[in-house]
Design a protein around this ligand. Structure first.
Ligand SMILES: Cc1cc2nc3c(=O)[nH]c(=O)nc-3n(C[C@H](O)[C@H](O)[C@H](O)COP(=O)(O)OP(=O)(O)OC[C@H]3O[C@@H](n4cnc5c(N)ncnc54)[C@H](O)[C@@H]3O)c2cc1C
Length: 524
């Protein structure tokens, strides 16, 4: 195909109408086109109020000779993979998050039938537990926003942003579309799925993996690993009824996510090499979505731009960086703890992103020196303490501690809620978050709020709401692996994978890492 130069469009037009304009601009006629699709669609709001869409089209011409005048593009496909694996043992995948699921897809597509262990429930049953917690405050340690089919990103905005433009990212997007995602994710600059789509997609993925020979063991947690002469031999799992199973294997994809603290501890105990890793800690910030729309797009009404997002960074005087992360337009702040008596925040939205509030994590970087005492797992203790402190500050009943930005800046307890109504459930408590945040974090956030307000009008609005505490934006450990084989540095056949192992951050990169690990299994 050929790539036509980008075109600016400042009105709402159907794709066909935009195509007509592009063809006209390039002296081409519709009859000359054999195939076409949009390669990229983005919004350019840099010169407000002059906002427009930027479209790039790829087309195939009937007359191949004429294509020479244009930029040629080639599409790489992940097919024709040479499968060298001869083992009769089935690979084991631990975790049915994006890393584990995409690892499974690659294996079944190439005739290998993995067993997938997932400590949580199937997505449809998991939703009931998540809602039950919101409504009754009864928390399930096996089935929650972190654990269960789909992994940590199921109750999310489903942002699929990545700077990674490899063939693998195309593969991930195509698979999502195959399983029910809107086709636009293939070309919009910042694709997202929303929780509503994710739930549907996950069921389809599961069925596809099963139809092609994969086997899911839901509510079965891997609790131990048998390693002999530096090689993986089997995994030991435990069912809900405390039944213990041993599964012999020679390839284990360890896609356990960043919240599997018990599994990290077991791996460390049996000698798998683990290093501490930098991460980040902060709060969620909520604004009215209409205020964010105004700050980003002004008063324009011509284009249906949807809910605006933002991404902000500030380098503070103390050398720390404060940045927004995982921004959810039109979304909600949600309880994302995986242990009892802890508060962890994160954000989610549905595909329409039509909620009243916008939310985002506001994080400060934590380096190893901030928490390291003598164990690579010390970062977990640092997270745990803050999560328990937030639980206590909220009143020991799963209410999240919240504060208005004005009060946070003044270091005083909030006594009322202004125009921004907090969305966190099961409940909230007005308080002073400065009480639990280490000084270096609260000082950095205070300085950043005022500076970021200059970049995004209203970011430090007096009534914006801060909800504590956000501790799980990335893994506090890395399970070290060989760059070439992707095997653990000291256990052959163990493939540390995805976010929890420290090789990804987000749905896309975790899914891509799952693909990469499976390609290594196929060629081993
Ligand atoms: C609320 C929320 C919103 C988010 N929003 C976004 C977003 O919009 N975009 C984005 O890119 N990222 C988002 N993220 C982050 C994203 O979800 C993660 O980066 C991604 O899910 C990591 O994928 P993973 O497969 O490596 O691990 P996970 O998704 O964490 O999956 C790990 C799975 O392993 C299972 N498991 C763990 N230990 C065991 C064991 N011993 N035995 C059996 N099973 C086990 C867990 O139950 C879990 O299901 C969000 C996260 C949360 C919590």
């Amino acid at each position: 195909m050929i790539r036509l130069p980008s075109i600016k469009i400042n009105e709402e037009l159907s794709e066909e109408k935009v195509l007509e304009k592009v063809l006209h601009k390039n002296n081409l006629k519709l009859e000359e086109i054999k195939n076409w699709h949009i390669y990229k669609k983005s919004i350019d709001a840099r010169k407000k109020p002059d906002i427009y869409y930027n479209y790039i089209f790829d087309v195939e011409l009937v007359n191949k000779n004429k294509e020479n005048k244009f930029e040629k593009v080639e599409y790489y496909k992940l097919d024709n993979i040479e499968v060298k694996r001869k083992s009769s043992k089935r690979p084991v995948i631990i975790g049915a998050g994006p890393a584990g699921l995409f690892s499974a897809i690659i294996l079944v597509e190439n005739g290998i039938k993995p067993i997938i262990f997932e400590r949580g429930k199937k997505v449809e049953e998991r939703i009931i537990d998540v809602n039950n917690f919101i409504n009754t405050r009864k928390f399930s340690t096996n089935s929650n926003v972190q654990f269960g089919e789909g992994g940590a990103g199921t109750f999310s905005d489903g942002k699929l942003n990545t700077g990674n433009t490899s063939i693998y990212s195309r593969k991930v997007l195509e698979e999502f579309v195959k399983f029910g995602a809107p086709k636009e994710i293939l070309y919009v600059a910042k694709p997202h799925l929303g929780t509503d789509n994710l739930v549907k997609i996950l069921k389809n993925m599961r069925n596809y993996i099963i139809e092609n020979g994969g086997e899911f063991r839901f509510q079965e947690k891997v609790i131990d690993f048998e390693i002999k002469d530096g090689t993986i031999k089997s995994v030991i799992s435990e069912t809900l009824n405390k039944e213990i199973n041993k599964t012999e294997t020679d390839a284990v994809v360890l896609a356990i996510g960043h919240s599997a603290r018990d599994t990290f501890k077991k791996l460390f105990e049996i000698g798998v090499q683990i290093s501490p890793k930098n991460f980040a800690v902060g709060v969620r910030i909520e604004h009215l979505q209409k205020d964010i729309n105004y700050a980003q797009y002004g008063n324009q009404t011509k284009l249906k731009l949807g809910s605006a997002d933002y991404k902000l960074v500030y380098h503070a005087k103390n050398g720390r960086t404060c940045y927004t992360f995982c921004m959810c337009p039109g979304g909600k702040v949600i309880a994302s703890n995986s242990e009892e008596n802890a508060i962890v925040t994160n954000g989610m939205s549905n595909f329409a992103r039509d909620g009243e509030n916008a939310n985002s994590a506001l994080l400060v970087n934590i380096s190893i020196q901030d928490f390291y005492k003598n164990s690579p797992l010390d970062g977990i203790d640092f997270q745990e303490k803050l999560e328990k402190d937030a639980f206590n500050l909220g009143g020991n009943n799963y209410n999240a501690p919240i504060q208005r930005v004005e009060d946070f800046l003044q270091n005083r307890e909030s006594s009322f809620i202004g125009k921004v109504k907090p969305t966190y459930k099961p409940g909230i408590k007005l308080t002073n978050l400065n009480k639990i945040l280490p000084d270096f974090i609260s000082d950095t956030i205070k300085e950043a709020l005022l500076e970021l307000n200059k970049k995004l009008y209203g970011f430090a609005d007096n009534d914006a709401i801060l909800t504590g505490i956000e501790t799980r934006s990335s893994s506090p450990v890395q399970i070290t692996r060989d760059k070439e084989t992707l095997n653990s540095t000291n256990v052959v056949g163990l493939y540390p994978c995805g976010e929890g192992a420290g090789y990804a951050g987000g749905i896309m990169t975790s899914a891509i890492d799952g693909i990469k690990c499976s390609l290594k299994i196929l060629e081993s």
